[in-house]
Design a protein around this ligand. Structure first.
Ligand code: PGA
Length: 250
């Protein structure tokens, strides 16, 4: 039985003050969250602060990215061992903003995925197509290639401890959610592709949906057969909205 996983990706938002009240609000509502694993992914600089704020709670910590290298002359990057030191459990890799704004290729994303595993972190591998790719009817080809880069480098066995987030780029931050059927179709494709390599791993892997998830659409999305929770951007910055999403699986 797969558990629902809801992760808040705060992106480059917040301040010391605002993250305190956000975590406070989430903590207050956690008793109402049943059978959902909850993760927050703050900007890297706030990871130590958030680590201490969530101590002793059921909220887990994740990073928004991770260096593909373990240490050395990589200005501006954060190593997996550093994230691990502050109690991170997850590392997002290949978010579409990293791919499109910072030019991260499928190959680099695969290397970051590998680095997360070396550090003992669970990678949250983001995949998803652009609007023009969907319109061209090549969604599966695009998502398939994004998965293949990781499969080639790390193999199917690595997916036994990984999470996939399907995020259609046209739905991120646009208020335009994929319909539950549209999302389910791609989730099923991903699971089937992995099942061709290892049926047990495919059955057990958590595949989150991301892209304008809100309290009002989470129940329907998470109710689909192959959708196991969500990667949440904008709505994760509001404690009540985030909690409503976390409670959608109740
Ligand atoms: P959104 O972002 O929920 O604001 O659409 C999702 C994401 O980028 O992970």
């Amino acid at each position: 039985m797969r558990r629902i996983l809801v992760a808040g990706n705060w992106k480059m938002n917040g301040s010391i003050e605002s993250i305190k009240s956000l975590i406070d609000g989430v903590k207050q509502g956690m008793s109402g969250v049943k059978s959902t694993d909850v993760v927050v992914c703050p900007p890297a600089i706030y990871i130590p602060e958030v680590a201490s704020l969530i101590e002793g709670t059921a909220i887990a910590l994740g990073s928004q990215n991770i260096c593909d290298q373990d240490s050395g002359a990589y200005t501006g990057e954060v190593a997996g061992s550093m994230l691990k030191e502050y109690g991170c459990k997850y590392a997002i890799v290949g978010h579409s903003e990293r791919r499109s704004l910072y030019g991260e290729s499928n190959e680099l994303v695969a290397k970051r995925y590998a680095a997360a595993r070396r550090a003992g972190l669970t990678p949250v591998l983001c995949v998803g197509e652009l609007l023009e790719e969907r319109e061209q009817g090549i969604t599966e080809e695009v998502v398939g290639k994004q998965l293949d880069a990781v499969l080639e480098l790390e193999g199917i066995a690595s997916f036994a401890d990984a999470v996939i987030a399907y995020e259609p780029v046209w739905a991120i931050g646009t208020g335009k959610t994929a319909t539950p059927d549209q999302a389910q179709e791609v989730h099923a494709f991903i699971r089937k592709k992995l099942a061709g390599l290892d049926a047990t791993i495919a059955e057990n892997i958590v595949i989150q949906y991301g892209g304008s998830v809100k309290g009002s659409n989470a129940v329907e999305l998470f109710g689909m057969q192959d959708i196991d929770g969500g990667l949440i951007g904008g709505a994760a910055l509001d404690a009540n909205e985030f909690l409503a999403i976390c409670q959608a699986a109740n």
